[in-house]
Design a protein around this ligand. Sequence first.
Ligand code: GRG
Length: 289
Amino acid sequence: MNLATQNGVATFDLHAYLEARTKQVNGFFEQWMASRSEGVLAQAIRHLLLPGGKRFRPVLAIAAAEAVGGRAEQALPIAAAVELIHTYSLIHDDLPCMDDDDERRGQPTVHVAYGEAIAVLAGDALQAMAFEVLTRRHEDVSIEALLATAHDLARAAGDLNLVGGQADDILFGADDVDAARLESVHRRKTAALIAVAIVGGARLAGADVLTLQRLQRFGECMGLAFQIADDLLDETSEEVCSSVRVLGVAAARARCEELLAQAFDEIAELGECGAALRALAEFAVRRER
Ligand code: GRG
């Protein structure tokens, strides 16, 4: 376990954990993408996928597998698949017909660098690639767990969650959004994908049903808190579904803390094995990027 010492007390070293697991995820993508073509579409995909962002979702999948006694390698299929869906959603979200953003992670967005048509296709390809990487042959992972995880990922990415949440986000006017509708959009647009990373990682590592149910609730609370923290980082945003616009800064902060406490409660049974997941949940709420 990654332990550091603070005032003589052992604490979880999140920095070292994030660095090691992110390296593992990046190594996986580098190797996997090396086997793809060198054409414009592959370049557009690489543009956002490599070197990538925080890799928060894949690291969560790995942490969940390890929390239930499994190994990082068992979680890699869902870790990679969720990151591919996340990457596609960012490419499409930046398009002129959606948020119309020119920059992401300090770089030109994919449509600025490669044109709108290629950006749409890069997103489409990434969505299919997610299921390709998840469902190929894996050692040490049961077919039943893979099938259930593929089903969960399809639900998290489709009309019921990611795309449905995005549609409501676009369709709602400022007067339509109260606290309940805000949370419903955030649940579907952000929390569902985070939860499927966690539950998928644990399921592929062989977790029992009760643990999976707890991890699902943990993921939902943490995913919601992650989105509120994101809104707090962008305090001046006029977005219709911004927590700061709908709730105000103080209430958004309070809700974030409440969700973090609830998330901790959900995985209390994991004890020391849940140290990485707790540290990641705390990071989701207190991060500065
Ligand atoms: C276009 C189908 C479709 C969906 C778009 C995910 C999404 C829905 C839009 C992206 C914009 C956004 C603010 C989404 C909420 C989720 C979120 C906080 C994304 C940012 O995730 P990070 O912080 O990003 O993990 P990095 O860059 O670190 O990967």
